[in-house]
Design a protein around this ligand. Sequence first.
Ligand SMILES: Nc1ncnc2c1ncn2[C@@H]1O[C@H](COP(=O)(O)OP(=O)(O)OP(=O)(O)O)[C@@H](O)[C@H]1O
Length: 592
Amino acid sequence: MAINTVKEDENLETGSRKATLLRLFRYLLAYKKKITFVLLIMFCCVTITLINPLIVEKAIDVYIKNKDRNGLLQLGTFAAIINIMLVLFIKLRMYIMAEVSNKVLLTIREELYSHIQTLSFHFFDSRPTGKILARIIGDVNSLKEVLSNSVTTLIPDFITISSVVIIMFIKNWRLALAALSSLPLMIIGVWVIQKKAHTRWQIFRKKGSNVNAFVHEDISGMYIIQSFGAEEETQENFEQLLGEYRESFIDAVKFADAFGSVIDFCWGIGTLALYYVGVKMIGSDRVAVGTLIAFGTYISMFWHPVLNLSNFYNQLITNIAGAERIFEIMDTKADITDDSDVMNLPPIKGEVEFKKVSFEYDENSKVLENVSFCVKTGETIALVGPTGAGKSTIVNLISRFYDIQKGIITVDGYDVKKISIESLRNQMGIMTQDNFLFSGSVKDNIRYGKLDATEEEVIKAAKAVNAHEFIMEMENGYDTILKERGAGLSVGQKQLLAFARTMISEPKILILDEATSSIDTHTELLVQEGIETLLKGRTSFVIAHRLSTIQNADRIFVIDNGGIMEQGSEKELLEQKGVYYELYMAQFANAV
Ligand SMILES: Nc1ncnc2c1ncn2[C@@H]1O[C@H](COP(=O)(O)OP(=O)(O)OP(=O)(O)O)[C@@H](O)[C@H]1O
């Protein structure tokens, strides 16, 4: 059962924000040397910025007062040199940090992607693909600025602020107190705003994810939308989701803008207080004009980084939601995993046994109850039964796509839970009705079944299942590039290519969910022959829709009511006049 659909907001389980941030910034540790270098550069930048007001103070209170032209010229040259260095340092810092943050994003994306590959069907059943995509692409991208600014803003701005405060207090503590008098007001304001902003940014990300999932699902199902003329309705749904997305943004951004306003307000009050106290003190001769001007610069130098920090904090609040969503997936445990003591399944013959197997996808909705059967090497089993009876479930359990709650499933006597998943699936060939093909050449699609297959092996497999003939008729034969999902090929052609892909992997156990769509008689014949070739010499489970497949099977399992209702050859089952007989009469009697 899906935990959420494209229109529902995801239910996000997150840890503490501090832990999320620490975890995110830990990725930067891999670039310690570069970051130390950037910090050194930043330290030089901060020093130069702090020296600038002292230069102005000295120029006014010493050289201009004493009319010392030479001294003023020397001081001016010195100021020009260090400020050119400042510009170069800033460029270098930006370049290095852009490189570091991009590498970190790459690492996070790789980790996320490889973790997603380990997750079981349960995970994919529970959420739309578009929402997973949103996390791999959008959420990861949203961390870029945070990562780079954490080094270039956070640390240097803290250093600047503390240095400015120390210098101000050393120079004149009364002016310093006046300049910083609005600080408590700012702290309270920022704290209140961030509390409200974080939840709103979380909602914004969820709404974005909904839009992503909707578009993804819509484009995948465009054929159905257009054939049912449902464009208008989908458009309306899309606009509704976009509306929610826009509103959540406006809601969140209101608070984001409030950060800047609070800082500006407090900055203004601080400046007013400074000049009020400063001008009074000039009268009493306790403050030189140059010192008050220098304080005017210091107060900007104090509030500028505070503004930067608040912007950074705002960015953090905005994007931490992205980090939370990424880490939530990374922390999702793969429920179908190898135990620590599993062994590799040796080359098998292909015997499959279910011993009192019970299974449910969700609690209290049993799909299989106490199912037992033994299939001998090389046997072909046709699984038939009403829709939703559990045919696909049985074959999915053999490949261990889900774990059973009770009983044992063995392959050649090995419990599937006690052998490595990879060694089990490597010896199985699975063909779904979908016959999923990837964008790429025909050759590469067939090679997917055996990555190191030679050209000859590819052609041999294609010939064996009757795919060679139509491949050679294509524009570039085996090098013809297929579109996504094999768009442009007929259903039968897709099937034949999928057969070739399975053939080349030479599985000992074959699972085939026969396609139901009807195809032209010539291709149908090719497909039937293809299936026969595939089945030869392997243990096969076919979710059978073709009468010919059912008739050629060694045994037929009739699945219903959580178990195998009948089993035997077609002749035996027809003679029994039970469930299969009824099914046969309903589905095939007219076709014979
Ligand atoms: N991923 C899933 N999560 C929850 N329930 C599921 C899932 N897949 C199947 N089911 C349920 O399990 C039952 C058996 O489904 P299954 O797909 O095995 O039936 P089937 O016999 O293969 O049907 P069909 O012939 O229509 O493909 C159904 O009631 C179905 O709704």
